[in-house]
Design a protein around this ligand. Structure first.
Ligand code: ADP
Ligand code: CDP
Length: 523
């Protein structure tokens, strides 16, 4: 496959604004002169100079080019010739060895060539060089008397210093962007499961215009060398990337706090989101497989909601739930949203409680542990207490209505904007009851993956006097976990919500992975 990394050969793409200052080239020494560069759409490098006419003339010219193939060819030839002439001119220039010489070199550089020269001479534009300019400027500024010539020199040096500093910064940024873009694009092109790679990158906010630009260059280069298959393949990837970027842009335009992607959502599941939609959510329903946005609708009432779903949307589709700025955003807080909900799953002893305590303290989550709520119910002496105790002793699962009610009440009493629900849902019945009773779904599911022998070791060493931390009950709990909890994890995995974390290693190491996850989710 064609591969091209154009960072060094195309410095012009920075689009810097510094052409505004370039005294020497305008021949107006002694005054600040502003040269405004007008971009001509069909001549992006400006090789033909500024346009001769106004807006109408430019449009006319563009139309003629579009119509007339001879004119187009002649125009392209002219562009090529001009590019070649400039290349030769550049090569003929002698690059000085000294800082003083380099200052003069840049002062004599035509404004339109500055970007190219900055890119070419970037290694020479280092701190000692800028210190040199600074010293010369200081000498002029602190001179007891200043001649007119010194005034001129001050103006041109200051202008050049500004241009070079801004140019270097823009060039370095472009280089960094391109290096990152190249790595990311390579990852996409080489991945065996492109869809999930793209979704992962979307979640980490890694898809941007730099990747697209680089991909375009590679498509163009493959096309030039007649690599049809590579072109078709890369164009497919391009369509997908563009789609995700558009989503992201849409989200940012809507001033969103977080973006949650759920794959493979069915229309019935979407219907269960109705309540969320009413609570000022934005739903963008996109067709994943047909590539391209079907439509996007901002749903803030049931009417919008109906029109959104009465439209025929291909299934399976991806629903992108964009939660509007809940912290005082959206409708100004009058119609405030439910908190961000993260379910924390994992086998008994996998370290859920331990990690939740740290997430709560570092990321401002309220920590609701289903097990703790049940144990609290037992110790409160309520009439359900004895029944719950009997079930926990046997490692079985407490009826969902009881647990969900306890969670719902606890959620109501917290005003936290983010909630961790630890050890829940334990089974499909738990999950369905939660969705039914609260009318909502988790935004995120964290799954701590731990081998059985490690979990047993940890539980036996827990020493919290729990009635269920004995080997008999532990065995039963592990079985219940395998049979009933794993299907819940699978369910959320299929919807792209699960973030699996390896729960072996020290508490600190595991929290490192948790921290990375939250950082990638922009917490
Ligand atoms: N990474 C770890 N390595 C060793 N022991 C751990 C680790 N994380 C937690 N533990 C210990 O294992 C036991 C079970 O952890 P806990 O967080 O209560 O698990 P869970 O909530 O999943 O049942 C506790 O005694 C805890 O201190
Ligand atoms: N959603 C839940 C969570 C816990 N439980 C009960 O509470 C017990 C302890 O759960 P827990 O989350 O505190 O502890 P671990 O089993 O994760 O160590 C479970 O074994 C179940 O009997 C439940 O029935 N339903």
């Amino acid at each position: 496959m064609a591969w091209q990394d154009n960072a060094a050969t195309q410095p012009n793409r920075c689009g810097m604004a510094w052409q505004a200052f370039w005294p020497r080239q305008c021949g107006w020494r002694g005054q600040k002169v502003y040269v405004v560069e007008i971009f001509f759409p069909k001549d992006p490098e400006g090789v033909l100079g500024p346009p001769q006419g106004g807006h109408i003339a430019r449009l006319e010219f563009r139309r003629r080019l579009d119509r007339d193939s001879d004119a187009r060819e002649a125009f392209q030839r002219q562009v090529r010739e001009e590019q070649e002439r400039r290349r030769q001119e550049r090569e003929a220039r002698v690059i000085p060895d000294t800082d003083a010489g380099l200052v003069e070199f840049f002062l004599d550089t035509e404004a339109r060539e500055i970007e190219v020269e900055i890119a070419r001479l970037r290694p020479r534009l280092n701190q000692p060089f800028f210190d040199y300019i600074q010293r010369e400027l200081a000498q002029i500024k602190f001179a007891i008397t200043r001649t007119a010539e010194m005034e001129d020199r001050l103006i041109e040096l200051e202008a050049m210093q500004k241009v070079l500093l801004e140019g270097v910064e823009a060039y370095d940024k472009l280089q960094n962007d391109l290096v990152t873009a190249k790595e990311r694009l390579t990852k996409i092109l080489q991945s065996s499961d492109k869809k999930s790679t793209l979704l992962e990158m979307v979640e980490r906010n890694e898809l941007n215009m730099s990747i697209l630009t680089l991909l375009d260059e590679n498509i163009a280069s493959a096309r030039t060398s007649n690599q049809e298959e590579a072109v078709a393949f890369m164009e497919n990837v391009r369509t997908s990337i563009l789609k995700y970027i558009t989503w992201k842009k849409m989200a940012s335009q809507l001033n969103c706090e977080s973006v949650i992607y759920a794959t493979g959502v069915s229309s019935t599941v979407m219907a269960s989101q109705k309540r969320e939609l009413r609570l000022w959510f934005t739903v963008a329903v996109c067709d994943l497989y047909e590539c391209g946005i079907s439509y996007s609708v901002r749903c803030d009432d049931a009417c919008c909601y109906r029109s959104c779903f009465s439209n025929k949307v291909c299934l399976p589709f991806v629903a992108l739930l964009v939660r509007l700025n809940t912290e005082g955003g959206g409708d100004g807080g009058a119609n405030s949203c439910r908190p961000f909900i993260a379910f924390v799953l994992g086998g008994p002893g996998s370290g859920k409680g331990t990690q939740c305590a740290r997430i709560a303290s570092d990321f401002g989550f309220a920590h609701l542990s289903a097990g703790d709520l049940l144990r609290h119910e037992i110790s409160s002496g309520s009439d359900k207490g004895q029944m719950i105790l009997d079930i926990i002793k046997e490692g079985r699962i407490v009826p969902s209505e009881i647990t969900v009610e306890l969670i719902r009440k606890a959620m109501e009493t917290t005003d936290a904007k983010r909630v961790l629900i630890d050890g829940f849902p334990r089974c499909e019945e738990n999950r369905i009851a939660f969705e039914r009773i609260t009318g909502t779904e988790p935004d995120l599911v964290i799954f701590f993956d731990c081998p059985e022998d490690e979990m047993v070791k940890r539980l036996l060493g827990r020493n919290q006097g729990r009635v269920d931390d004995n080997i008999e009950t532990i065995k039963k709990r592990l079985k219940v976990f395998d049979n009933l909890n794993i299907p819940v994890v699978d369910y959320y995995s299929s919807r792209g919500k699960v973030h699996k974390i390896d729960a072996t290693g020290t508490e600190e190491e595991i929290f490192g992975a948790v921290r990375n996850l939250f950082a990638s989710l922009r917490f």
